[in-house]
Design a protein around this ligand. Structure first.
Ligand code: FAD
Ligand code: MG
Ligand code: MG
Ligand code: MG
Ligand code: MG
Length: 551
């Protein structure tokens, strides 16, 4: 059995014996992974390195557990506790995986090469640049912080994306307190230094504001009694509310809690300019206002990295803002390149584009009409290939196909129902409205890394046009199902040992017990026992001794 077709695709063959045979004869295919974040690391942990020659390239030689980054900004958790060296992950998998600390700056899909640059050492021509060949490329480079080209942000604001950012914020908070304590500062200057501004009311911004408030009220107010009353924390949000991706009950609770805590929430304000001491924002009724500040954290969303934008231009995606993949996470219009995590988005194929073909597949007896049974037989496959159908049925509270048909045909007795193509189209006319983009979260990135590794491992990943409708189980052989995201819920820590959680099935929980749930979930999600032990001991140290304020 041939392992890979000449097209370079991974062809599906179930016979494991012949797989082993062929892998002895053919040289292993090169899989190059860009990035050691959530997506890249999860891929790496799950890929079978005996089947491929795996190489990883990333400017960071470690994985960082980003959900605990806000805790690092105030010293609740130490930076070392939430990072895992990528070489440890590699070592656990055996010696076959190579890692290079470098940054990719250009992808050349025509020649299947990537161009990289290393900051830490130069080669003979003195540049630190090198080229790597690939058979399959997995892009998992994440996203960058988005400033929306607001002047001054790059120079004067902190971002909260990497470990270094969190460490810089921690130092900057302490600097503001020490500066405000100097003997020669006016009260006005003291107040300015102690005004901490968070731009963006999303989960990261809100969590940071809550964390900072705890740090100030639990630790710093004791150490800086003379200036503690001058501290102010503001959250500036352009939309009408903070935490809009959560249920309204959580948003309301968070806004009320922040108000009680004295954290100012300014909604409806858009920051338009930042200077070294002033933040200027615009509001529909108040017009332009400028406020003095000591430190600002910019957390308004993410954008595509420049070298990915260039790559998109090369492959004809220049008119898009985010790299597009199909439902198998293959970059569209680019053979053998895959993209996972925050750097890409899945463009889900529409039912309506394939409706005639679906009809043909379903109409087994070629009668030109579909019976209830014919539709029933194919519905599961439709739902796998087009997840929006299931979402649609749920949103309309339809129990199944009978309701769908009734909807299309009006109320008719079930037994005699048959649909012609026009009626079938009508029944499914609105399902595509349910197509949704997945959020840019660690949960999505990790599931995609895991899914793609399993596809590579089973070698059932077919490149022979799985695009078409309902070829999932063709010829008795199970093809790889499209990626399907499973949502396990989301937390919002709100400070004061309180958190909110929104779990699947519209289940909301808010308060102290939710904070304990948060502790246990995040302890269990750690990538290794080593980091788990470190994080838990950091939490205990904080409970007993408080946070460290030396920086
Ligand atoms: P990243 O994890 O960002 O990894 C990108 C990797 O690519 C990095 O290793 C980077 O060094 C590398 N890289 C960058 N450029 C290049 C290049 N040119 N060449 C090679 N490598 C490159 N999600 C949740 O689900 N729950 C949470 O509670 C949560 N909290 C968060 C809190 C904060 C403060 C932040 C910033 C994010 C949080 N997220 C959370 C989101 C989550 O971190 C991201 O969705 C996730 O990291 C995306 O994974 P990724 O692998 O796509 O990108
Ligand atoms: Mg990654
Ligand atoms: Mg990460
Ligand atoms: Mg994505
Ligand atoms: Mg028929």
């Amino acid at each position: 059995v041939v392992l890979a077709a000449s097209s370079g695709g991974l062809v599906a063959y179930a016979d494991s014996k012949s797989d082993a045979e062929s892998s002895q004869n053919a040289p292993k295919k090169k899989v190059v992974v860009l990035g050691t974040g959530w997506a890249g690391t999860t891929f790496l942990k799950n890929i079978d390195s005996s089947l491929y020659d795996v190489q990883i390239i990333s400017p960071r030689n470690y994985f960082a557990f980003t959900p605990l980054l806000p805790s690092v900004t105030c010293g609740t958790v130490e930076p070392r506790s939430i990072v895992e060296p990528i070489r440890r992950v590699v070592n656990k998998k055996g010696a076959d995986i190579k890692f290079w600390e470098a940054e990719c700056f250009k992808i050349d899909p025509t020649n299947k090469k990537i161009h990289c640059h290393s900051d830490i050492g130069t080669n003979l021509d003195g540049t630190g640049e090198f080229v790597v060949d690939y058979d399959y490329l997995v892009i998992a480079v994440g996203a960058r912080s988005n400033t929306f080209n607001t002047p001054g942000v790059e120079e004067h604001c902190h971002f909260l994306k990497e470990i270094e950012d969190a460490q810089k914020i921690r130092r900057s908070v302490m600097d503001c307190f020490e500066r405000a304590s100097l003997p020669y500062l006016s009260e006005e200057e003291q107040k300015r230094n102690l005004h901490f501004v968070v731009v963006g009311g999303g989960p990261t911004g809100v969590e940071f504001a809550a964390e900072l408030h705890d740090f100030v009220s639990e630790d710093l107010s004791k150490l800086y009694p003379a200036i503690r009353d001058l501290v102010k924390i503001s959250v500036i949000e352009a939309g009408g509310h903070i935490l809009t991706m959560f249920d309204k009950r959580i948003t309301k609770f968070a806004e009320e809690k922040f108000q009680r805590d004295g954290i100012e929430v300014k909604t409806g304000y858009k920051v338009v300019k930042v200077s070294d001491s002033l933040i200027t924002m615009q509001n529909a009724s108040a017009g332009e206002v400028s406020v003095p500040y000591g430190m600002a954290v910019w957390s308004t969303g993410i954008g595509t990295r420049p070298f990915i934008l260039n790559f998109m231009k090369q492959i004809g995606q220049g008119n898009r803002r985010v790299l597009a993949t199909d439902e198998w996470l293959r970059v569209r219009e680019c053979e053998d390149v895959y993209a996972i995590g925050d750097c890409a988005t899945i463009t889900q194929r529409k039912v309506m584009e394939d409706i005639s073909a679906i009809f043909k597949v379903a109409d087994k007896d070629n009668s030109g009409t579909l019976t209830v049974k014919e539709i029933q037989d194919i519905l599961e496959d439709i739902c796998i290939r087009y997840p929006q159908v299931e979402l649609y049925l749920k949103s309309k509270q339809m129990r199944g196909i009978a309701d769908l048909i009734k909807d299309a045909k009006g109320d008719i007795q079930k037994e005699s129902i048959e649909l012609n193509i026009e009626e079938f189209k009508k029944a499914l006319a609105n399902v595509d409205s349910q197509v949704k983009n997945l959020p840019a979260t660690a949960q999505v990135a990790a599931q995609q890394g895991n899914y793609l590794a399993r596809c590579f491992n089973k070698m059932k990943y077919s490149d022979e046009n799985p695009e078409g409708p309902l070829r999932i189980r063709e010829s008795g052989r199970h093809r790889f199902r499209p990626f399907r995201y499973k949502h396990f819920g989301q937390f919002a820590p709100l400070g004061g040992e309180q958190a909110a959680a929104q779990l699947p099935g519209d289940w909301i929980s808010i308060g102290h017990s939710t904070q304990w749930l948060w502790y246990s979930v995040y302890a269990s999600k750690q990538v290794s026992w080593r980091t788990r032990a470190l994080v838990v001991s950091d939490w205990m140290r904080r409970f007993i001794f408080g946070r460290d304020s030396s920086c």
